[in-house]
Design a protein around this ligand. Structure first.
Ligand SMILES: N[C@@H](CCC(=O)N[C@@H](CS)C(=O)NCC(=O)O)C(=O)O
Length: 231
């Protein structure tokens, strides 16, 4: 039986199954990337809810795992060199792809292509779409000056155009194979048009290839399960 007692996060969220990957998350666009990946890979894991209402992400126990105070984070009791704590959803997806031997191309060129699109999501789509949400749905929507909102909307449109071009001749971001690039990206597209309600603002209807692949993504059983975890 794995001993995770050296990790303070387990005192706040006790592991009932310490031999399984421990996931600390919420079903947000960054959080579900990891639950979808775990479901798609069929890896055994135990999910713990990090409640934003209770500011759990700022607790010393959670910060001992992620000093950046953001979900998702994992603790793998069976890491290659012992228990492995990990935060940043992109790094977690790369790690899990290696562990499961799935959703990552086998060739060196293919791997870097996958990483390139994961970075595109992490550095572009995630942060920019997040700002669109702030300025169109949350506190920023009441600001009189609309220039910040317009700047982020315009950048979100540009990024959607790049993705739409990539998907014009492909089933998934890398081609015919579903990968961590898709798992990183499509939860954010769903969130932009769903939870943020910014579809009209960014002219989502014109991005027909992104729309098509989003629908295929959302129809996957592993995606549907992952979107609700932790319940
Ligand atoms: N780059 C990070 C971003 C994580 C992130 O922003 N998580 C949000 C939820 S989607 C969060 O924990 N927000 C809580 C807070 O900022 O207090 C990743 O991809 O893991």
């Amino acid at each position: 039986m794995a001993d995770l007692s050296a990790f303070p996060v387990t005192s706040k969220w006790p592991a009932r199954h310490p031999e399984r990957i421990q996931l600390y998350s919420l079903p947000t666009p960054n959080g579900v990337k990891v639950s979808i990946m775990l479901e798609e890979c069929d890896l055994p894991y135990e999910a713990h809810r990090v409640s934003f209402d209770a500011a759990d992400q700022t607790s010393p126990e959670f910060r001992s795992l992620n000093p950046n105070g953001k979900i998702p984070a994992i603790l793998d009791p069976n890491g290659p060199e012992g228990p492995l704590p990990l935060f940043e959803s992109g790094a977690i997806l790369v790690y899990l792809a290696g562990k499961a031997g799935n959703f990552m191309p086998q060739t060196v060129h293919g791997k870097y292509e996958a990483l390139q699109w994961v970075m595109f999501q992490m550095g572009g789509i995630g942060p920019m779409f997040g700002q669109v949400g702030f300025f169109s749905k949350f506190a920023g929507k009441d600001y009189d000056d609309k220039r910040p909102r317009d700047r982020y909307v315009s950048e979100a449109k540009r990024l959607l155009g790049v993705l739409d071009g990539q998907l014009a001749t492909r089933s998934w971001i890398l081609g015919s194979d579903y990968s961590i690039a898709d798992i990183a990206t499509f939860p954010w597209i769903r969130n932009l048009v769903g939870f943020y309600g910014a579809g009209e603002l960014v002219g989502f209807d014109q991005f027909t290839n992104v729309k098509r692949v989003l629908e295929t993504f959302l129809a996957r059983p592993g995606v549907q399960r992952g979107l609700t975890i932790p319940g």
